[in-house]
Write a protein that binds this ligand. Structure first.
Ligand SMILES: CC[C@H](C)[C@H](NC(=O)C[C@H](O)[C@H](CC1CCCCC1)NC(=O)CCNC(=O)[C@H](Cc1ccccc1)NC(=O)N1CCC(N)CC1)C(=O)NCc1cnc(C)nc1N
Length: 330
């Protein structure tokens, strides 16, 4: 089996991408944020207090003839940006891009933090990290990918995210039409539960490539690219008027500044992020000061290849044994 689903940016800065899914019988449609940096599939639901719902679509298990409460199970998750949610768990049919998991654990929110309430476009998350990170207790649950993997033509899913346009998540196959050249695969360390891999170094603009092993995670749920401070300061030294703002929590610069591109290595392959992707967004709508799409990982604790990096490439998340991750230009 294979599947293919759209990944639509939620705003003009590609802060996140949403993917349509259907849950239950008859099917209820929601739009979820595919997140390779976590492993809970959770949704706004009929169990979410109405005061915490602000335009999101909800899943009502009591309207699904195939929904079954997973007795005595709860979940509670906190994300890197401090947002959080928790609730109970149902088992139901879950379909993404024509691919159905019959007995998917669908985590229903009974509490979401304010930042989730504010995000009207996001009806929940599909965690596609390793299932070891799932927070359901007392028995942790499998991700959608782990549930459907054995039935896929190939045990993979791919991300083709785009800047300001709809991209796709494919399941079970690698679409040759979506990339140019070769895909370079490197090992993944599944132990932390993220898609952790080593980048082989970086280059700023047309500068020389600096070889250095950079351990990071490929995280579709993180908007920006977070790398070691030394790399980030070297980058913004080349940007007229760039400053590291405590007020805005990172490097900002005049929106009119010209920015160099940024290249990172994957073994002997090179992925170049166009400068437009690093001119992330005005700090507030209409401001002439812009926030950088490349920021330091020192406050984060881990290097994160988020959407700013991912949308410059075609990425294969290979769930075979051993797991690997593939990167190609496009
Ligand atoms: C089982 C937990 C699970 C693995 C968890 N995983 C993650 O946090 C990574 C995961 O990919 C999450 C998934 C996000 C969560 C918020 C909602 C959208 C998805 N990524 C992050 O938290 C990275 C930082 N956040 C972001 O990158 C959010 C994502 C977002 C997008 C749209 C709307 C709202 C939020 N972006 C922004 O807030 N932006 C606004 C500001 C702008 N300058 C950049 C974009 C974790 O590591 N938690 C441990 C943890 C807990 N507490 C803390 C403080 N740090 C932690 N790392």
């Amino acid at each position: 089996a294979t599947g293919s689903a759209a990944a639509e940016p939620i705003d003009e800065s590609d802060q996140a991408y949403i993917t349509p899914v259907t849950i239950g019988t008859p099917p209820q449609t929601l739009e979820l944020d595919v997140d390779t940096g976590s492993s809970d599939l959770w949704v706004f639901s009929s169990h979410t207090p109405p005061s915490q719902i602000h335009g999101q679509q909800i899943y009502s298990p009591n309207k699904s003839s195939t929904a079954k409460l997973l007795e005595g199970h709860t979940w509670s998750i906190t994300y890197g940006d401090g947002s959080a949610s928790r609730g109970n768990v149902y088992i139901d049919n879950f379909t993404v891009g024509g691919l159905t998991a019959e007995k998917q654990a669908v985590q229903c929110a009974q509490q979401v933090s304010a930042s989730f309430t504010r995000e009207t476009h996001v009806d929940g998350l599909i965690g596609l990290g390793f299932s070891t990170l799932n927070t359901v207790s007392p028995k942790s649950q499998l991700t959608f990918f782990d549930n459907v993997k054995s039935g896929l033509d190939s045990p993979v899913f791919t991300a083709d995210l785009k800047h300001g346009a709809a991209g796709t998540y494919d399941f079970g196959f690698v679409d040759k039409a979506k990339y140019s050249g070769e895909i370079t695969y490197v090992p993944v360390n599944p132990d932390p539960g993220y898609w952790a891999f080593n980048s082989s170094g970086y280059a700023i603009g047309s500068g020389k490539f600096s070889a250095s092993a950079i351990t990071g995670i490929a995280d579709t749920g993180t908007s920006l690219l977070y790398l070691p401070t030394a790399i980030v300061t070297a980058y913004y030294r080349q940007v007229e008027g760039a400053t590291n703002s405590r007020t805005y929590g990172g490097y900002v610069f005049p929106c009119s500044s010209s920015l160099p591109s940024f290249t990172f290595g994957v073994a002997d392959a090179r992925i170049t992020i166009p400068s437009a992707y690093i001119n992330y967004a005005p700090i507030t709508p209409g401001s002439s000061t812009c926030f950088g799409g490349l920021q330091s990982s020192s406050g984060v604790g881990i290097n994160i290849f988020g959407d700013v990096a991912l949308k410059a490439a075609f990425v294969v998340f290979n769930g075979g044994s051993p797991p690997t991750i593939g990167w190609a230009q496009k």
